[in-house]
Design a binder for this molecule. Structure first.
Ligand code: F2R
Ligand code: MG
Ligand code: MG
Length: 352
């Protein structure tokens, strides 16, 4: 399917996806942990999307720092060198520790370094008394993988799992990365001018997640929690009526907006799908902006949910939909475009 979309368009989609991760992160970070507010976030976006607005540059956080490492690993050592990736994560962390990393994952970095990368999967397995992390730190950084492996689905899944398990070994952490990666992959295969049919998009995701769910998960009754979340997304679309839009509180109560992968990856997918169309009381003409703005309005883990939403939307729409005004307010835009281009060059789609 990917080969049907021409290479100029694909290059723009690589940029859109990587910029979506970066800009969702930078623009969402000031609101991380907030209760969520349509009005405040509307004002903020109107300001930063204005042509002449001057405001301090918004800094990226751990979401982008770790995405950079995955992109660099794929560019430097394709198709994948997991020990090199572990070293890049650690190097990036110790270079700039104050990028808002999850409290647990920093222990993994410390152990990786002190054990001298002897077994790169051991420290993550020891997290949380041996249960591993179910945080969204695997999913938030995954975007380079579905881009690079766009034409090789099995390799894509293998790379998602092996790269996630360096820090996150809980089934929910790993499956969250898988779901986020396949959602990006599905977005990548859509033409920018077409809309994803939410039913088809979700049905495809449910079908693909069946392969990874169904086993026992400690402390969780539902053996297929991601498929259940995807069905809840379908329900949210089905109950929406023209005069009775689904409220932000309903979305958060239904899907969540927390730091756990189970309660943030499906939320990001919903934000992307819903923002394809106008959202009542949210003013934004452009679906890329609308998706990130909406994700941030929901509050909670705003940088991460917006980064994941932005990466799916960016993979679908491509760079043409990314506002130049908004770009000016984010750190690392030029460098992220260069990384996206280098990743494109080494990927199957880059025509090497
Ligand atoms: N850390 C944050 N935000 C906190 C505030 C940042 C502040 N603004 C600042 O600038 O300092 N955000 C980042 O963390 C999330 C990704 O986290 P990740 O990488 O998954 O980390 P970790 O530590 O592995 O998991 C996160 C927390 O989830 C709970 N948890 C996970 N697994 C658990 C288990 N098996 N049992 C019990 N609890 C578990 C723990 O509380 C973990 O600390 C992103 O939002 C990123 O932006
Ligand atoms: Mg962050
Ligand atoms: Mg976050």
């Amino acid at each position: 399917m990917a080969v049907l979309l021409d290479s100029v368009l694909m290059k723009a989609k690589f940029r859109g996806c990587m910029l979506g991760t970066l800009m969702g992160d930078c623009l969402g970070a000031p609101f991380e942990g907030d209760p969520g507010s349509r009005a405040i976030v509307q004002k903020y976006f109107d300001k930063i999307d204005g042509e002449y607005t001057k405001s301090p540059i918004k800094m990226y956080t751990d979401d982008t720092a770790m995405t950079k490492s995955i992109a660099k690993c794929l560019i430097d050592k394709p198709p994948f060198d997991y020990k090199y990736l572990a070293k890049l994560f650690v190097k990036e962390y110790f270079k700039e520790r104050r990028r808002g990393y999850g409290p647990g994952v920093t222990q993994v970095f410390n152990k990786l370094r002190s054990y001298k990368y002897e077994d790169i999967y051991k420290p993550a397995k020891e997290q949380f008394e041996g249960t591993g992390s179910y945080g969204n730190g695997g999913a938030m950084r995954i975007s380079p993988i579905p881009l690079f492996f766009a034409n090789n689905y099995d390799a894509l899944i293998e790379a998602v799992v092996k790269s996630t398990e360096i820090t996150h070994t809980h089934t929910l952490g790993v499956n969250g990365s898988i779901l986020q990666a396949i959602a990006i992959h599905q977005g990548l295969m859509l033409h920018p001018e077409e809309k994803a049919d939410y039913k088809v998009f979700i049905e495809k995701l449910i079908g693909k997640m069946k392969k990874f769910e169904g086993g026992e998960i400690k402390d969780i009754d539902d053996p297929s929690p991601y498929q259940s979340q995807l069905k809840r997304i379908q329900k949210l679309f089905e109950i929406e009526k023209p005069n009775e839009p689904v409220s932000d509180d309903e979305v958060v109560a239904c899907l969540g907006n927390s730091i756990s992968a189970l309660h943030s990856v499906p939320t990001a997918i919903y934000c992307y799908l819903r923002a394809q169309n106008d959202i009542p009381d949210l003013k934004a003409d452009n679906p890329f902006r609308r998706s990130i703005q909406y994700a941030i309005s929901l509050g909670g883990d705003t940088d991460t949910i917006a980064a994941m939403t932005g990466s799916i939307a960016g993979a679908h729409y491509g760079e043409r939909f990314v506002s130049e005004n908004m770009k000016k307010h984010c750190e690392f835009v030029k460098e992220m475009v260069e990384l996206a281009d280098d990743l494109f060059k080494v990927s199957d789609l880059g025509g090497k």
